[in-house]
Design a protein around this ligand. Structure first.
Ligand code: PLP
Length: 399
């Protein structure tokens, strides 16, 4: 892959995804669960490009969705309805109704109020709906507080007692069929113990439910597998699977796993071009044409992405890589040792395949970047760069 060529062909800033690598990641994780029936339901929110969804769907992947828009994307990309899951803490009535009408695998419920909505809507539609309950096991995942979700102070899921109550109500209901149990304790997890603990707690609940004749078919372990951005030691898929499977003795369930970042994070880069170098008495800034509106993670989470200047050597010195957006929080990297750069040089921002493009915006009236897929040595445009006209389309008729 020649970055210079890709920049000339598609322009910058640009997202580039290595589909072959995504395929390898998928197969590794699927293989790790081979002792059981399993469904890898890709977490669409990590990167919802339709071509990417189609590619994963062809490998056998399902989809974990957190809005009806994501459900529609998954179905449009050819992922079968019986592999689509709808999760998320705030589903609207119309979203629930559409999920039922489209006969997806199940809806993950996150509160008693939501249970009642699903039941009422299913009854109105005259179609019983399969559900899971998202259990919040109150376990510290030891990740960034913004991406921790499994503590009782987080907004997600219900505690074990509340979950039991919902399962009992579901059992008595004609319109809701409890088939799954779900937990997801956080993202970018690099420690196994919290996962094992959460899994053990939830598995206990499954056994208790069995005791009152509620048969759970899907053990949905969420996503969250971490990747290497800098010097993290990611969990091996095999160890991850073993930790979960070791808690499930005496049960016969299909494992559902919802990886987002793990499948696509390291398989994507963000390519941007140097506009200027600027030195103040205190700092060296490399000003590039990509910005926080294109790749938000550094500004939002203070996330680290490795940066490489393409084809440049020379004496390295500390620099901040910043974009043109009018915010001091607009940076892609801080205090990095980088060689001298010139106008037109290319910078590769690595591990940008997950939570990159999907978090982009038009802030500062900047059109969103294009996306390109690499597969079998070929490159292919999978989303056009936005135009100015596209950006203003929803406004002009009110002028
Ligand atoms: C975000 C999310 C995922 C995916 O998380 P990753 O860290 O990208 O693997 C999976 N399941 C649910 C319910 C989520 O909210």
């Amino acid at each position: 892959m020649e970055y210079r060529e890709l920049a000339e062909r598609y322009g910058t800033p640009l997202y580039i995804y290595d589909f072959d690598r995504i395929g390898e990641n998928y197969r590794r994780l699927k293989g790790a669960f081979k002792a059981r029936k399993s469904l890898i339901a890709y977490a669409v929110k990590a990167n919802s490009n339709l071509s990417l969804l189609k590619f994963l769907g062809e490998l056998g992947s399902g989809a974990d969705c957190v809005s009806i828009g994501e459900v529609r994307r998954a179905l449009l990309a050819g992922i079968p309805h019986y592999k689509v899951i709808f999760s998320g803490v705030g589903k609207r009535d119309d979203e629930i109704a559409e999920a039922i009408e489209r006969d997806i695998l199940y809806i993950n419920i996150e509160s008693e109020g939501e249970f009642e909505r699903v039941q009422d809507i299913a009854e109105e539609l005259g179609r019983a709906m399969r559900i899971g309950v998202r259990v919040n096991p109150n376990i510290d995942p030891k990740t960034h507080p913004y991406i921790s979700t499994g503590l009782s102070e987080n907004k997600f899921g219900v505690d074990i007692e509340e979950a039991k109550k919902i399962y009992m109500r579901a059992k008595r209901s004609r319109w809701v069929e409890p088939v799954a149990i779900h937990f997801h304790i956080g993202s970018q997890l690099t420690e196994l113990e919290p996962i094992r603990e959460a899994s053990a707690l939830v598995a206990d609940l499954v056994r208790q439910l069995q005791g009152i004749e509620i048969e759970i078919k899907f053990f949905d372990v969420g996503g969250g597998l971490g990747i290497r951005y800098r010097d993290e030691e990611p969990i091996e898929p095999y160890d991850y699977a073993q930790a979960i499977l070791s808690t499930l003795r005496g049960t016969d369930m299909t494992i559902v796993c919802e990886p987002g970042r793990f499948l696509v994070g390291n398989a994507g880069v963000f390519l941007t071009q140097v506009l200027y170098e600027k030195r103040t008495p205190k700092k060296r800034f490399i000003i590039v044409d990509g910005a926080m509106n294109d790749l938000l993670r550094p500004s939002l989470y203070n996330a680290y992405h490795e940066v490489e200047v393409v084809g440049r050597g020379g004496e390295e010195s500390l620099a901040d890589v910043v974009g043109p957006v009018c915010e001091s929080g607009d940076f892609l990297a801080k205090d990095r040792l980088l060689p001298p750069t010139e106008h037109g040089d290319l910078l590769v921002v690595k591990s940008a395949g997950a939570y990159g493009f999907v978090m982009s915006s038009n802030y500062n009236s900047r059109p969103r970047p294009a996306e390109v897929a690499l597969q079998g040595g070929e490159d292919r445009l999978i989303r056009e760069r936005e135009s100015f006209e596209y950006m203003i389309e929803k406004e002009v008729r009110f002028l």
